[in-house]
Design a protein around this ligand. Structure first.
Ligand code: ACO
Length: 323
């Protein structure tokens, strides 16, 4: 049996930064309201013609450089996205070609803001079973293209970006065996489909659509489900809340993150926060936050890192990593 070791993470954010003040020129809002209710100060927005695959390729290159892994070593590419370049083929196929990866499988996973946890779970399980050896797991989104820019209740919340992680299978029982992905847990409850959705295509509705959301319901479920899924992961690994060195939660709203921290009795000093400068980049928030904490030296070898996210569906889940 193999175990997935994290070799490195990478990130890419589009160049253009849009501040709250700039948004306030277009919709009836203010920097003060947005910061107080969400903690968001600014977000990156993709340039015209800049697609999810472009963001994903840049993040992947950064992760591969960090991991010291060449294209010909990779035999699995998974892109978590709800904003694929086209309805089909998978955006992962385009990423695979751009990186000149010529072996293995490339496919997308769609679980909205929980997408990276889902993709990590699939990659980890394939590695454990020996179906893949070196995996590139990417979260990439251009949510700016599916927003109703006249709806101040939603358009202020999101940004564009991509993050990536390189995983490699190592034999259990080797020196590295204590490190890597300890477990993943994923869940969905489709009864909440209408709480957070895009009211159109691409796909079987045949119409273009924009994001719709019941903010308060999403908030409540995000806190409860994300906290529960971390508790489940700890129990599964015979660990406790005191063992967590870093919580890297999905970045939707600082108040959601603070509520989870309180529930898990974790100080914000042990939580990686990027929502202030990047807003909610859906499937990309967790690998973007991991990259930031990796690059600034916060994540140290042996640290226990808890990841958790909730998104449309509802879909949610957690992962525990030994860094
Ligand atoms: N600027 C100014 N006023 C606003 C804005 C805005 N951008 N948006 C809403 N308002 C107004 C409303 O119209 C309302 O006014 P009223 O009292 O006169 O009717 C008032 O502010 C309060 O609105 P609420 O919707 O009740 O505000 P709430 O405190 O619930 O905050 C928010 C809204 C920030 C969206 C919150 O519900 C939230 O963060 N929910 C989580 C949703 C989320 O993060 N979704 C992301 C995708 S899912 C995920 O990633 C977990």
């Amino acid at each position: 049996m193999q175990r997935s070791l994290v070799l490195g993470c990478g990130a890419y954010l589009p160049e253009r930064v849009v501040t709250n003040d700039e948004l306030a020129q277009k919709v009836d809002t203010s920097d003060e309201w947005i910061v107080k209710r969400t903690g968001i100060r600014e977000r990156h927005i993709a340039a015209e013609g800049e697609l999810t695959s472009h963001l994903a390729v840049n993040a992947a290159r950064d992760a591969m450089a960090r991991a010291g892994v060449a294209a010909d070593e990779i035999d699995l590419v998974i892109v978590a996205t709800s904003t694929p370049d086209n309805t089909f083929p998978a955006t992962a196929a385009r990423v695979q070609a751009a990186l000149e990866i010529r072996r293995g499988a490339a496919f997308d996973v769609q679980a909205v803001c929980a997408g990276f946890i889902y993709a990590l779970s699939v990659a980890d399980n394939m590695i454990r079973l020996g179906q893949a050896k070196t995996a590139l797991v990417i979260g990439a989104e251009v949510f700016s293209r599916i927003l109703d820019w006249d709806d101040r209740g939603t358009c202020i919340l999101f940004g564009d970006g991509a993050g990536a992680m390189v995983l490699r299978g190592v034999e259990n029982g080797t020196d590295n065996a204590a490190r890597g992905v300890l477990s993943t847990h994923i869940y969905s409850d489709g009864r909440y489909y209408d709480m957070l959705y895009v009211d159109g295509g691409p796909g079987s509705t045949g119409t273009a659509g924009v994001l719709r959301m019941e903010g308060k319901e999403v908030f409540r479920h995000a806190v409860n489900r994300m906290a529960e899924s971390i508790e489940t992961a700890l129990t599964h690994n015979n660990l406790t809340l005191d063992d967590i060195d870093w919580l890297v939660p999905h970045q939707a709203n600082i108040r959601i993150i603070e509520s989870i921290g309180r529930r898990l009795r974790l100080s914000l000093d042990n939580v990686v926060v990027t929502v202030d400068m990047q807003a909610n980049t859906s499937a990309a928030t967790i690998p973007l936050a991991l990259t930031q904490a990796q690059n600034d030296g916060r994540l140290k070898s042996g640290n226990l890192v808890a990841l958790s996210a909730l998104g449309g569906g509802f879909s949610w889940g957690s992962a525990l990593l030994r860094w």
